[in-house]
Ligand binder design. Structure first.
Ligand SMILES: [Zn+2]
Length: 420
């Protein structure tokens, strides 16, 4: 009983406290993992005691997986997102006819259902961290709290930002997006959450918004999360504005502080990719999305080591994304040995954002741990807390989350149809 602890001698108290920490094992390799609060205390074949251990002889203890770039707002898409009436012929038309209509239709209710459906399935698949890039132009203020609450209630580690843009309401809309980032960064104290400053992309913002976003990053001590050179149209736009590329535009306007997250780089040069890494930024490769949007293969990313793997709104099934990466890399003649570290690199990137050792089963690292068997992920711990046990969510009911998502999806599709 917790209430009786104060009456116990100190040595006994310590024993009782440590028994509240989690011990998992032996796994199929004979290893045990013990947590101490939110951290890993020990990992290996010889625990000091096996009392109370959660045995998992059919599974293997592994670090949790990381999705280094995604969009929780598109979480309802697998539930029947309607195809546009006129098929898009290029990347900007895909945005205009699908995603920029969906994001304008979002409100607090549909966003909450979308986020919970996405997060629940991500956790069940062993993804313990998400780096999200959010946009809901008709629901800006407070939107990051909806996402943050969904993450913390289910037990997902996440770095959140609002992707500020001027594409609907000009500079004022851009300022409101940046203000939402600042509000969230300043108000968040939850250990599972971090805030970043976000811009949608170079081609939907003015110079002044980039300068303002850069100032905000330096003031708050956080990085920028932005799509860079996803399609050649982003590069053409930057040239029209008098810059060599969207990357150079960010650098010249002070919009690329250390610890930034640069997404895609499909049409970046190797020099730009390397320059970004030297400035302390990470690049994120999203091969399924790049293939789906027919924007090309991000071959220049192999110039850098600090490259992680994201899904860009596709479900956060990181092994499927990795498989897509291998297939796309092979087809493009890219070095498999160079790209194979990207999935595991996500933990290093998120570790940087959280100032935490992450992605290794070593003492002192964050206890974001999965047990994976032949038939999938059995157990998941995030920050030392159980979030999936025996293949079921601990903090929520998947059936209820699915039901809410299935109710919200048709409402969202109807609202989308009103935005042309
Ligand atoms: Zn994206």
């Amino acid at each position: 009983m917790r209430t009786g602890l104060t009456e116990l001698p100190l040595s006994t108290k310590a024993t009782v406290m440590s028994s509240e920490n989690t011990l998992i094992g032996p796994d199929r390799d004979g290893n045990y993992l013990q947590t101490e609060g939110s951290k890993i205390r020990t990992f290996g074949p010889s625990p000091s005691s096996v009392e109370g251990a959660v045995s998992c002889p059919d599974g293997q203890l592994k670090p949790g997986r990381v999705c280094a770039h995604t969009h929780l707002y598109s979480g309802l898409a697998p539930l029947g997102l309607p195809a546009p009436e006129i098929a898009p012929e290029n990347f900007v038309q895909i945005l205009e006819r699908v995603w920029w209509r969906l994001d304008r239709a979002l409100d607090a209710r549909s966003l909450d259902a979308s986020a919970r459906y996405y997060i629940a399935n991500a956790l069940l698949d062993g993804t313990t961290s998400l780096v999200d890039h959010h946009e809901s132009p008709n629901f800006i203020e407070g939107s990051l709290d909806v996402l943050g609450t969904a993450c913390t209630e289910l037990g997902m580690r996440a770095a959140l930002c609002f992707g500020a843009t001027e594409r609907n309401g000009g500079v004022v809309e851009g300022r409101r997006g940046l203000a939402e980032c600042a509000r969230f960064v300043k108000s968040n104290h939850h250990p599972l959450l971090r805030g970043l400053v976000g811009l949608h992309a170079s081609f939907t913002v003015s110079d002044s918004s980039i300068e303002e976003a850069g100032r905000l990053c330096r003031e708050l001590g956080v990085g920028m999360h932005i799509h860079v050179a996803e399609a050649d149209s982003d590069v053409a736009d930057a040239k029209e504005r008098g810059y060599e590329s969207p990357f150079d535009r960010l650098v010249e306007l002070g919009g690329l502080p250390p610890r930034s997250v640069l997404v895609h780089g499909v049409h970046a040069t190797r020099e730009q990719v390397l320059h970004g890494e030297k400035l302390g930024a990470w690049w994120v490769h999203n091969p399924r999305s790049n293939k789906g949007n027919r924007v090309g293969y991000a071959s220049a990313l192999s110039a850098a080591n600090d490259v992680a793997l994201g899904t860009d709104g596709y479900p956060a099934k990181m092994l499927e994304e990795q498989q897509a990466l291998f297939e796309e890399a092979e087809a493009a003649g890219d070095s498999l040995s160079k790209v194979k570290s990207r999935q595991e690199n996500g933990a290093k990137m998120v570790g940087m954002l959280f100032d935490l050792p992450l992605g290794q089963l070593v003492p002192g690292a964050a206890a974001d741990v999965i047990v994976e068997g032949e038939n999938g992920v059995m157990h998941v711990l995030v920050d030392g807390e159980w979030v999936v046990r025996d293949g079921r969510l601990v903090n929520a009911d998947l059936a209820a989350i699915k039901e809410a998502a299935e109710q919200e999806a048709p409402r969202l599709w109807s609202l989308m149809a009103t935005y042309q």
